[in-house]
Write a protein that binds this ligand. Structure first.
Ligand code: NAG
Ligand code: NAG
Length: 368
């Protein structure tokens, strides 16, 4: 039935086909086209039972045999829906310079995050032939910027940020609250991911409070994160998975405190100081995420440590919060906001226990 309304629409468009610039079907989302293709030629995209290695969804090679004007008509129809741009798919912006700038200017006290996240995302975007999805695991105390960085990534990679139809946020205790329903959740989660990957050529999945995910749930989606060309005919290689958790927070804080005690700069803390300790602690800790095969299977590409924030960082967050509201402020006010936070450990009083969490709400108390 799809074909019945699509074809007349295509024919109606054909008059304008002349000025239409159609370079290659590959500029547009292959998946999107495969998806359309399957809907038009229903039945042609069933998995081939005899040959498991063959892609169930037709790949772009199929289009090579199509008359050019026919594909261009399809492309034009696609564009008429407002779904295409010079870059291919308007929903995807992949603004790496914007990402670099946001990480430099809006994130405070996280030199490791700045370099690791940028390198990982940039590498992934610049390498469309990568053989596996990108999987990042963010670790650290609350308020250190994990959600913030996830949002910055979404904002720079997608036109509509976290609201994009290519971005999906799962909050473990909210979306998957009951352990006894884990089998239902497994199906729902698999379907949600598969559906989005079919509709979007580059997807972003964010799992917040990942330490609360049931191990069975992660193992259910693990095949999507592995080095497979496709899973049941769908390729997940252009997906980005972010796991946000507080696992390893204590280890990270210890390392930061040790540096401070020995008089070293926190900016000198390197990945080598943290990564294997983090990996070890993650494997040892209890709970779903840590025990899942994701960890033991080495499917996490990068562990990203978020350091605990100090007084001076909290001040910077407060400055940003005032600026975001278009308000003038001064050092004295920023000091007041920062002083109102609780600092730990007891003796050193070095790190803000809540990081920069709720700073935007807190400044209300200091408004004239
Ligand atoms: C479309 O793809 C072709 C070949 O892959 C490339 O040469 C061309 O620059 C692309 N065009 C746009 C607008 O991205
Ligand atoms: C990328 O982000 C930068 C900084 O936010 C912005 O100035 C620039 O216009 C963006 N570029 C595109 C192509 O959206």
């Amino acid at each position: 039935m799809f074909v019945r309304w699509l074809l007349p629409a295509l024919l109606a468009l054909s008059a304008e086909a002349d000025f239409f610039q159609f370079e290659s079907i590959s500029n547009v989302s292959t998946y999107y086209f495969n998806y359309i293709y399957c809907n038009i030629w229903e039945g042609d995209c069933q998995p081939n039972q005899d040959d498991a290695t063959q892609q169930a969804v037709p790949t772009r090679n199929l289009w090579a045999g199509f008359p050019q004007d026919y594909t261009s008509l399809l492309h034009q129809w696609y564009c008429s829906l407002g779904q295409c741009c010079e870059s291919g798919d308007c929903r995807i912006t992949n603004n790496i310079s914007g990402l670099a700038r946001d990480l430099q200017t809006k994130l405070h006290g996280q030199h490791l995050v700045q370099s690791v996240v940028l390198k990982a995302i940039q590498g992934f975007i610049n390498n469309p032939e990568s053989n596996k999805p990108l999987t990042l695991s963010f670790h650290g105390w609350s308020g250190t910027g994990k959600n913030f960085v996830a949002r910055v990534i979404a904002d720079n990679l997608y036109r509509d940020g976290v609201k994009s139809e290519c971005v999906r946020l799962f909050i473990a205790p909210f979306h998957f609250p009951h352990a006894r329903l884990v089998d239902t959740y497994k199906g729902q989660l698999r379907e949600a991911i598969r559906d989005m990957v079919l509709r979007c050529p580059q997807t972003l999945f964010i799992f917040d409070e990942a330490e609360k995910l049931h191990p069975g749930l992660i193992d259910a989606i693990k095949p999507y994160m592995d080095h497979y060309d496709n899973v049941d005919g769908v390729s997940y290689r252009r997906a980005i998975f972010l796991f946000l958790s507080n696992i390893g927070g204590a280890t990270i804080n210890e390392v930061a405190l040790d540096y401070w005690h020995s008089g070293q700069n926190r900016e000198d803390i390197g990945m080598e100081d943290l990564e294997h300790r983090l990996r070890a602690e993650t494997m040892e800790s209890h709970g779903g995420f840590a025990q899942s095969e994701l960890m033991s299977g080495h499917l996490i590409d990068f562990f990203v440590p978020f350091l605990p924030l100090e007084y001076r960082h909290v001040k910077l967050c407060a400055r940003d919060a005032y600026a975001a509201r278009g308000l003038e402020t001064d050092e004295a006010t920023l000091d007041e906001v920062a002083k109102a936070m609780l600092y730990v450990p007891k003796e050193e009083r070095l790190f803000s226990a809540q990081g920069c969490k709720s700073i935007p709400q807190r400044i209300n108390f200091f408004l004239p």
